[in-house]
Design a protein around this ligand. Sequence first.
Ligand code: PLP
Length: 230
Amino acid sequence: MREREEHIRRILDEVRERCVKAGRRPEEVRVMAVTKLHGPEAIADAYRAGIRLFGENRLQEAASKREAFPPDAELHLIGHLQRNKARKAVELFSCIHSVDRIPLIEALEKAWGDREGRLPVLVEVNLSGEETKYGFRTEEEVAQALERLAASPALEVRGFMTMAPYTDDERVIRAVFGGLRELASRMQKAFPSLPLAELSMGMSNDYPIAIEEGSTILRLGTVLFGERAP
Ligand SMILES: *Cc1c(COP(=O)(O)O)cnc(C)c1O
């Protein structure tokens, strides 16, 4: 759809403008198209608009749409992953944003086996403390996960992922995103050998704040494609 492609281009332009306004280089901030519950046409429109990074939150759905993602696009998992699906996940995704517990790290390592290289992952952090959200909740837990990952022959941790609460209160959102940036900076000091540069944060309703607070990957669905069918 020509119209949707144009719309996506406008959003990408707007993101670049916001980066500049926030004193950031636009190349530092990637836009991921979150295509869950959208079909191949949405994927194709985003691709034509220039997006090369896609995110899906459910393994089964991503597997069924696999052919729709162009070979030179990256596909990342952004949703909760069950351990018994780790094998399928390492085949399908080039990065897992939702590493939220130690047993999942172990399952992913086992699934990776003796493949070449290491699978990039992000550590999911739940800074808002909401019960409905996944992720490590305390700095101590995050440090333990990083210690485990630093010794991993199979996984390469690249940074962190979080979700802000769904609210109009900008201060709450800013505190979560700024909190993740500060946590990441402390963790980088504690683990200087780990490449912890990625901050996956910001969705359709809060990405302008995420840009200002240091996001490197914006995960955008609704703002690109419209509301998802329920
Ligand atoms: C669905 C989803 C998004 C995108 O949400 P929008 O509000 O539609 O932009 C981002 N991150 C995760 C983890 C998601 O599940």
